[in-house]
Design a protein. Structure first.
Length: 220
C-alpha cells in the first residue's frame, strides 16, 4: 500500500470514528481519580479564562474525561502533520475545536487563532512541548496565548500505577487496561502582559520549573 493510500485510509471518517470509539472504550477501563478540578472550574464559570497545559507524554489518559468540557466549546492547537490529522479527528469528536499549526508549520497563524478563540469561549488547552519536543521544555506558545488572552494557566498531569512507555522522544505514556489513573490539576498561574524578552523568558522558565517535576520517569 502506498503512503498516499495509507494516509487516506487512516484519516477517513470511518477510521477516525472507529478510533474515537476505541479510545473511549479503552479509557473507560481506567479507575480514574480527578484532583483539584473545582478551583479552576469555578473561576471559569465566574467569567475567568483558562488555558489547560500538559506534557505531550501525558495527554492520552485525559482524552475521554476532557469530553466533559464540550459545553465550553474549548480549543486545542494540533500540528498539521499526518499524526496531527488523526489526533484532530479524535479531538473533534470529543467536542474540542481544533486549530491546526505548530512551531514548524503555521504556528503564527494558529497562535493568533487560539488567542481569539480563547477570548471568545474562555477555555482552551495546549501541549507544552509538542509535537516534537524536546521533552519537558516549555515552548513559548503557551505563555503567549495566556498573556495575550488574559487567561490563567492551569497545569494538568496524569499518572498511572501501570503503564506502557513508548520508545518515542517523550517516552509517551499509555496506561494499561484497568490501571489506576490520576488526573491532577495544579494551581492557576497568572501570566501578565510582558514588556521585555527577559520577563517573558522568566515566566516561561517559571512554568517549566513548576511542571517538569511531574514528568513521569520510566525505565528503559
Amino acid at each position: 500500500m502506498s503512503k498516499k493510500m495509507k494516509y487516506t485510509l487512516i484519516t477517513s471518517k470511518f477510521f477516525l470514528w472507529f478510533l474515537y470509539r476505541l479510545v473511549r472504550f479503552y479509557s473507560a477501563t481506567f479507575r480514574l481519580m480527578v484532583e483539584n478540578e473545582d478551583q479552576w472550574l469555578d473561576y471559569l464559570k465566574n467569567g475567568g479564562r483558562v488555558l489547560l497545559c500538559g506534557w505531550h507524554q501525558q495527554f492520552a489518559p485525559a482524552i475521554r474525561y476532557f469530553s466533559k468540557y464540550r459545553p465550553f466549546r474549548p480549543s486545542l492547537m494540533i500540528s498539521r502533520s499526518a499524526d496531527g490529522e488523526i489526533i484532530a479527528g479524535v479531538a473533534k469528536r470529543t467536542g474540542w475545536n481544533t486549530i491546526r499549526g505548530s512551531s514548524s508549520n503555521g504556528g503564527h497563524e494558529a497562535l493568533h487563532e487560539m488567542i481569539q478563540k480563547l477570548k471568545e469561549t474562555s477555555l482552551a488547552a495546549h501541549i507544552l512541548d509538542g509535537p516534537k519536543g524536546p521533552a519537558g521544555v516549555v515552548k513559548p506558545g503557551a505563555i503567549r496565548i495566556a498573556s495575550d488572552s488574559g487567561a490563567v494557566i492551569v497545569p494538568f498531569y496524569t499518572s498511572a500505577d501501570r503503564a506502557w512507555y513508548f520508545n518515542s522522544w517523550d517516552r509517551f505514556m499509555l496506561p494499561k487496561p484497568f490501571a489506576k489513573v490520576t488526573l491532577r490539576f495544579g494551581k492557576p498561574i497568572h501570566c501578565p502582559r510582558f514588556d521585555t524578552k527577559e520577563s517573558f523568558e522568566d515566566q516561561r522558565r517559571l512554568l517549566q520549573d513548576v511542571m517538569r517535576p511531574l514528568l513521569v520517569k520510566s525505565e528503559g
